[in-house]
Design a protein. Structure first.
Length: 319
């Protein structure tokens, strides 16, 4: 699957992904009021409004981008109608030829992770029917439970030609509370369990990404990638070197503070190796003063303009 993502990136010269993370405050009143009038102040109305909003953005930006990344929590909070909107968004993005990165951040004990993996990137057989429940192409995975929580995803990746991005160094301000802690690394220890030294936890997770990824190659890169935030560029440089075969999903661009000049260390010399995410900076662009002239009715056109500006910034400053 990573090979397909790379092909999409190359064909559009666009190492970016748009995060489809709708919130009620982002949805134009025209869309919300339409569905409230038809379905009342209900979860069903929100689900329909979310999908209409997403569809408008996809129609306007799909020719510019290789992939989208819907964050499932934004949909889950509205129950089953929200999940339906999520699934409809995944399917519509596929109709547009886009790779879908499901931002689900799952990871649990083995049997539970297996169920998550099957549900999101795998398939179930019911009678003579083989059904892909959510059918994302790639999903984000939390490695905190260790290999027990990650390997079930890798098994499904190998079976279905899918991918995962493992959380290594996330973009949020408090990520360092755990991820930056120095821990004793015994990976090179032998019978006496001698200690090689202390390293940041995120580097040890990066080493595991290499181990997991070695069994899941898809061309020059592995189907096991890594999440490394744009808000910590100095760490991005280190992690790029530590994970030479892992594609890096880079959140934190735009609204969270990252910019094109912060991204140089994430890419390889050939301009590949990373894909940069922007969510509210794109989907809520019409609320930004820079794009306010589009108005709420032109929210999708504002999103397109924001994508074009993001591409310009990255092409001029990240390589």
């Amino acid at each position: 699957m990573i090979a397909k993502l790379i092909d999409n990136i190359k064909s559009k010269s666009a190492p970016i992904v748009v995060g489809l993370d709708p919130q009620l405050k982002f949805i134009p009143e025209e869309i919300l009021n339409k569905w409230y009038k038809e379905l009342g102040f209900s979860l069903e109305a929100v689900g329909e409004a979310f999908f209409e909003f997403n569809k408008g953005i996809l129609d306007d930006v799909a020719d510019l981008i290789p992939a989208v990344k819907p964050q499932i929590a934004m949909y889950e909070q509205y129950g089953i109608p929200g999940i339906i909107a999520y699934k409809k968004t995944v399917d519509y993005a596929h109709e547009k030829g886009l790779v879908v990165i499901g931002d689900i951040k799952r990871g649990d004990i083995g049997s539970t992770s297996e169920s998550y993996a099957i549900g999101h990137i795998g398939s179930v057989t019911l009678g003579d029917n083989v059904i892909k429940p959510f059918d994302e192409d790639i999903v984000t995975v939390n490695p905190y439970l260790g290999s027990d929580g990650v390997k079930p995803f890798i098994d499904v990746c190998n079976k279905e030609d899918k991918g995962i991005f493992v959380l290594v160094k996330t973009s949020n301000p408090s990520s360092g509370e755990f991820q930056d802690k120095s821990v004793l690394d015994t990976s090179g220890a032998e019978g006496d369990f001698s200690i090689e030294g202390s390293r940041p936890l995120y580097e040890i997770v990066a080493d595991m990404v290499n181990v997991w990824g070695s069994d899941c190659m898809d061309g020059d890169y592995s189907n096991v990638g890594a999440v490394v935030g744009a808000t910590y560029p100095e760490m991005g440089i280190v992690l790029r070197k530590l994970m030479p075969k892992a594609y890096i999903l880079v959140p934190g661009y735009g609204a969270q503070g990252g910019s094109g000049k912060d991204l140089k260390g994430y890419f390889n010399e050939d301009g590949l190796g990373a894909i940069v995410n922007s969510s509210r900076g794109i989907i809520a662009a019409y609320k930004n003063e820079k794009y306010a002239s589009f108005g709420s009715a032109g929210y999708a056109d504002a999103s397109r303009a924001a994508v074009e500006d993001m591409l310009k910034d990255i092409r001029e400053n990240a390589f």
